[in-house]
Write a protein that binds this ligand. Structure first.
Ligand SMILES: Nc1ncnc2c1ncn2[C@@H]1O[C@H](COP(=O)(O)OP(=O)(O)OP(=O)(O)O)[C@@H](O)[C@H]1O
Ligand SMILES: [Mg+2]
Length: 219
């Protein structure tokens, strides 16, 4: 089982949107996915209530319960746990960071998002956690200088997953319906970028697993 957390102390960067859309993309790719919502706003819980079919389990979990819940899931048939966290420096985000294999930091290509992600990155470095940025809500037009500068800044701070996620109405529509963008418009541009993002994420998780195996062998 692998655990991914979406973290950024800045609000509205797209944590919940990406958590839900990637959960659907991973499920479609054959993963058995479990979604954990640690945000008191409960965006993912509400998304789960609206979801037709209820094929992805969704649960609200408190910081103190997280290790117990993850230990139980690890013994079950779940392959991938995705955790959504609040946009605050809180026990919830600390617990999610500590318990995850990989933390994803969504950031918009604006200087305030990029600055705010430095705090998150500092915590992750202290915890020695693997992390990667995703550039979100970018202009759907060919990359502007602002997006290029944002990407360069994030790349300099750590890994940046490809592709960038554009600002598209499909993301908002999917959230409203309790779906992923790959479901509301399977042949749309948003669906394509989320499928590609899942492939990048899976590749990174595989590399992480290989590095862990190599470290164990060397020990
Ligand atoms: N790629 C996108 N294209 C268009 N709208 C988007 C996209 N990503 C997110 N949004 C919209 O931006 C808003 C914030 O997104 P979301 O709630 O996912 O962010 P968040 O980081 O989870 O916020 P919070 O910090 O409040 O939990 C929502 O209205 C969402 O529909
Ligand atoms: Mg959210």
């Amino acid at each position: 089982m692998r655990t991914i957390a979406f973290i950024n102390q800045k609000g509205g960067t797209g944590k919940s949107t990406l958590a839900a859309c990637l959960a659907v993309a991973a499920k479609d790719a054959g993963e058995r996915v479990f979604l954990i919502d640690m945000d008191p706003q409960k965006s993912i819980i509400k998304w789960g209530h609206r979801r037709p079919g209820k094929d992805i389990p969704v649960e609200a979990v408190s910081p103190t319960k997280l290790p117990i819940v993850l230990a139980a899931l690890a013994k079950s048939h779940i392959d991938l746990v995705i955790i959504d966290t609040p946009a605050t420096d809180s026990p919830a985000s600390d617990a999610a960071m500590a318990s995850s294999d990989l933390c994803i930091i969504p950031a918009r290509p604006t200087i305030f998002d990029i600055w705010s992600s430095e705090t998150t990155r500092g915590k992750l470095k202290t915890l020695r956690k693997d992390y990667a940025f995703v550039l979100t809500q970018c202009s759907p037009q060919p990359e502007s200088a602002r997006v290029r500068d944002g990407a360069a800044a994030l790349e300099a701070m750590g890994a940046l997953l490809q592709p960038f996620v554009a600002s598209r109405v499909d993301y908002q529509e999917a959230a409203r319906e309790g779906m992923g963008v790959t479901e509301v418009e399977p042949h749309g541009k948003a669906a394509e970028e989320i499928r590609q993002l899942w492939i990048s994420l899976r590749r990174r998780l595989t590399r992480l697993k290989q590095a862990e195996k190599a470290a164990k062998k060397a020990a």
